[in-house]
Design a protein around this ligand. Structure first.
Ligand code: PMV
Length: 319
């Protein structure tokens, strides 16, 4: 039996603009994890058991465009030349059956990277079980292909931060840049409980951008500047100065139409409860918001968020 897990993630700054090449910052959230267990089974073929998303089926019954099927095929193709497929029936010359159990406590479609975390854990567990653990670069590349099914035109930030499980300053198409956290800081994550597919908000921003590139690229410039300033402040241990940047980034995301009344309500509730700043995080329209807090206020801000309607809250310290 082979086990692998991957953390969730949260975007601190720069979502949406990152799709067009502007920088974004994201950090892993280790309080939530996806876990995948791969074991041999007596039956040939691949059996997939993912109760949280209602999948209990043989691989052959999954559409090829299903994210789990894509992650499995991507892994197998990386292990064996495509012509040798289907390798799950013939690995190392012998017929072999495999059973995959997927368990994730990362809420789906909420900006915590559940899809990418499942992909990363699955690719790692499967490749290790088959005797050829893939490198982080390979894992991230396959997970990126799967993200395309989830997101349409993903920037690649989710698979990157989740694969490397480090804070990442991400610019699409550029080598991965992790960054140093000069002084730890505390975030409260509040979940609206509203699932919101990233594909839709990303598609809507694309329509805005296509209709008026100059206007939206100026907005992306402002977002990018916020992300760069944030990186410098985090590295310099001036994380208390991130609050105002969060507020400014949230306002720009509102302008992109990707916030929602529920997200705005939680952002305001966090600020009234003493947060130093707050913003939506991820694709938006639902999902999560984040608030920067002094550590001793974290519980109180989390309680205020729940009183304001958050389905759940997570307190996380970024190191
Ligand atoms: O909704 P999330 O957290 O999975 O991330 C979406 C981030 C976007 O910038 C909106 C899209 C992307 O691919 O980067």
């Amino acid at each position: 039996m082979t086990l692998a897990s991957a953390p969730g993630k949260i975007i601190l700054f720069g979502e949406h603009a990152v799709v067009y090449g502007w920088p974004a910052l994201a950090v892993p959230v280790t309080q939530v994890q996806a876990q995948v267990e791969v074991s041999d089974s007596v039956q040939a073929g691949i059996w997939i058991d993912a109760p949280e998303i209602g999948v209990q089926t043989g691989m052959g019954d999954l559409p090829t465009a299903h994210p789990l099927a894509a992650a499995i095929m991507g892994t197998l193709e990386a292990l064996a030349p495509p012509l040798a497929l289907p390798p799950f029936l013939r690995i190392g010359g012998s017929r072999r059956g495999i059973s995959i159990h997927i368990a994730s406590i990362i809420p789906v479609a909420s900006g915590l990277g559940s899809g990418a975390a499942v992909s990363v854990a699955l690719i790692r567990a499967l490749s290790a079980h088959l005797g050829h653990p893939l490198t982080d670069d390979q894992v991230s590349a396959i997970a990126y292909e799967v993200e395309k099914i989830h997101h349409g035109t993903p920037s690649g930030i989710d698979n990157t931060v989740i694969t490397y499980a480090r804070p990442v300053f991400y610019v699409r198409g550029q080598p991965i840049e992790t960054f140093r956290v000069g002084a730890p800081f505390t975030l409260v994550i509040g979940d609206t409980g509203i699932p919101a597919p990233t594909r839709e908000s990303v598609g809507d921003v694309r329509k805005l951008w296509e209709a008026d590139r100059d206007r939206w690229e100026k907005v992306f410039d402002e977002v990018g500047l916020i992300a760069e300033t944030a990186k410098h402040r985090i590295e310099g241990g001036e994380s208390m100065g991130l609050g105002e940047l969060m507020d400014a980034n949230h306002a720009l995301l509102q302008g992109m139409t990707v916030s929602s009344p529920e997200l705005d309500h939680l952002v305001l509730a966090a600020r009234s409860a003493g947060a130093l700043g707050a913003k939506m995080s991820g694709g938006g329209r639902g999902g999560n918001m984040i608030a920067l807090v002094a550590p001793d206020l974290a519980e109180a801000v989390a309680a205020s968020l729940r009183a304001a309607g958050a389905r759940r809250t997570i307190i996380t310290t970024v190191h």
